[in-house]
Design a protein around this ligand. Structure first.
Ligand code: FPP
Length: 235
């Protein structure tokens, strides 16, 4: 593990380009998602080695439910398979596993398999791996606003700070991402961590997600280490 480097506490990745990776090889899109699981494992293991405490991954957005049903089904099946395949690796590496998003839209089978893995890994402390599933930033802000409004109705004089609002988001208790990486050359936020990413550093790379492994991840951490974060102030 590198110790003299400015290591981000929380790295978040918009994993993009699986479909294009598969198409370039004349394969079905799902082959790109399957290959993408290897990149998930590579980045998770490298995060533990580098001392990154939170790695979060945008795996499936609220909007992704609108993809062809066959692809949605394949992605959910892959998620289910990955849960059982990766239990050992998560436990061996001391990784806590958490899924955040609109879990009501997941099948009961998937949701309970996730809950089981979350419980099994809840004592692990080396790193937290967060998978955003059926998540969108606007959905998160709305559900937080609704819950907060209910409490304010009971106490109309209550003053609310941004930190108070944080506690209603699904990411409550998780530090905001220091670095958000998006693969595949697209340069947009796509309704991801809209509130939490207010001061994140962004890194866009042309590398497609299935080709993003330890080496590319380390290069991203090196780039982050050179950034000068001022949070709107003067240094
Ligand atoms: C974006 O590529 C990728 C996704 C919507 C799915 C990401 C899912 C995985 C890597 C698999 C499982 C994840 C975990 C956490 C086990 P795209 O399909 O939008 O690619 P394209 O833009 O080239 O079409």
């Amino acid at each position: 593990m590198t110790t003299d480097k400015n290591i981000p506490v929380h790295v978040s990745i918009i994993m993009d380009g699986n479909g294009r990776w598969a198409r370039e090889r004349g394969q079905e899109r799902v082959m790109g998602h399957i290959a993408g699981v290897k990149s998930v494992r590579a980045c998770a293991e490298e995060s533990v080695r580098q001392g990154v405490k939170y790695l979060s991954l945008f795996a499936f957005s609220e909007e992704n439910w609108g993809r062809p049903q066959a692809e949605v089904d394949a992605l959910m099946k892959l998620m289910m398979k990955s849960l059982s395949d990766e239990v050992g690796t998560l436990m061996d590496n001391g990784v806590r596993f958490v899924v955040l998003g609109n879990r009501k839209r997941l099948s009961e089978t998937l949701d309970s398999a996730i809950t089981q893995l979350e419980k099994m890994t809840e004592g692990n402390q080396a790193m937290t791996l967060i998978v955003f599933l059926s998540y969108s930033g606007k959905w998160d802000i709305l559900q937080a606003a609704r819950r907060m409004a209910e409490e304010i109705a009971a106490d109309p004089g209550k003053v609310v700070s941004p930190e108070d609002f944080d506690s209603y988001l699904v990411t409550a208790g998780i530090p905001d991402p220091d670095l958000i990486i998006r693969t595949s050359g697209e340069q947009r936020i796509s309704n991801y961590l809209l509130w939490q990413g207010a001061y994140s550093e962004f890194l866009f790379t042309d590398v497609l997600w299935p080709d993003f492994h330890e080496e590319q991840y380390r290069a991203a951490l090196d780039e982050y280490a050179k950034r000068d974060r001022r949070y709107g102030k003067v240094k």
